[in-house]
Design a protein around this ligand. Sequence first.
Ligand code: ADE
Length: 266
Amino acid sequence: YSTRTQDSSSPFRSASPSPQVIMKGIKSIVITIAMEGEAMPLITKLGLTQQSNYFGHAAPFHCFTGTYNNYNLAIVTNGKDRKFGCDNVGTVPAALATYLAVEQLKPDLLINAGTAGGFESKGMAIGDVLISSTIHNHDRRMLLPIFVDYGVHNHKAVETPRLREALKFKLGVVSTGNSLDHVEADDALMAANDASVKDMEAAAVAWAAELYSVPYFALKVVTDIVDGAHATEEEFVANFAMAQRRLQEAVPATLDHVLGRSLEEL
Ligand code: ADE
C-alpha cells in the first residue's frame, strides 16, 4: 500500500509479491460487489476467507481476503439490510463500504463488479462484460450553478485498452442511479451521459475511491436490456445465474491480466 502504515491486523500484510513488481506493479486489489448472490460463487472459487467484524460491529459489510497468485485480494460485499433482509444495494451502502475498505486496505486498484442493465442502442447485449470509461449519475438533478455538474459528476476510471482487447470486454459509460427502473428524467440524463449501461453503485464507489486517490474501474455483466421490450425485473431474475457464471470467468481473467502490471500497462 502506498501511504498507510500497516497494522498487524491487516489481512493484506502477509503476501509478498516478487521484487520486480514492488516498484510499479499492482499488487493488491479490492473488489466491491453489492449483492451476496453475485459475490459468493466468486469468493468460493477464489478460496477467500471471511474476516469477522472487519469493519466494526455496527457495519453490515463483509470482507473476504486471501491471495491470488501471491498477490493480495479482498472482496467486500455490502451485507444485508437488518430490517428487510435483502442485500444493501444502491449508492449509500456502496459509498460507505468502499470508504471503509479503501481506508483499511489501501489497495493499488479497486474494481466495482456486478450486474447492470445494458442499452441495446449502444450495442449492449445480455451477457456482455463492460469496463467503465467514465462513470456518472442520472438521478441527482439540481438546476443550480455548479450543482448541475456535481450531480451528474464525471468519474474517470483507469484506462484499460489492453485488458479489454485481451478479454474481449466492451468499453462504455456507466450511469448510476438508486432505482432499478427509470423515469423519463433518468432517460434524458442517461442519454446525455452517453450511457452504455445503468447500475446502482459505480458512481458511489468511484466517489469514495477518489477520496483516497485509489484508481478504479467498474466491471459489469449485462443482465437486462434497458431500452428493450421486456420488464427489467423479469430479465434480471432470468439472467442472474448467467451473470454469476460470467463474473466467475471474467473476474479471475481480469486479475490474471492486471496483477503485477502497472496502471499504464492496463
Ligand atoms: N443491475 C442489473 N440491471 C440493472 C438495471 N436495469 N438498473 C440498475 N441496476 C441494474
